[in-house]
Design a protein around this ligand. Sequence first.
Ligand SMILES: [Zn+2]
Length: 171
Amino acid sequence: MITFEIKLLGNDESFRLKEIKAQTLLQKVWNSEEFKQAILNKTHIETQGRLWWKKEVDVKGFTSTNDTNEQVYACLMSTDHLVIQQQEDDCPDPSTVGYEQDGDPVTYVCKAFTEEMDEYDVANNAAHELCHSLGYHHSSATDYDSVPYFCGNLVEQLAKQADGVSTPNNI
Ligand SMILES: [Zn+2]
């Protein structure tokens, strides 16, 4: 069982509530069978061949990594405690939601965003940054089949599902 600690720095009482909720949601989803199955069964559309032989094929795996689904899942479960902390100051780049540093177990989520985010968004972003700190990347901000984007959105969707909050099917 993997446990997480999310800390949103700031004095605002609503932050306390949000961090506790996000932490509970993330932990519940990350350790669930639904999360495991979604990772193990992940497919994405790949274009194969060229010219008139070109076709789109649904293949197993994620984009932006050569790891198999089994290897991805093993990696996601390879750590038993993670601290996700909001940075106190502003982020270096205003469009950055979060970032992590090599060799630092803490993932940073920028303050400007956490103020606007609800607990599901915080859990989504925490999962996304967590994937980065485990070595997974994405080619762009629309690389939704990459490990960070898929896991983040999956956490949000499963958390809302568990809470009975309706959500558009966006993953
Ligand atoms: Zn990212």
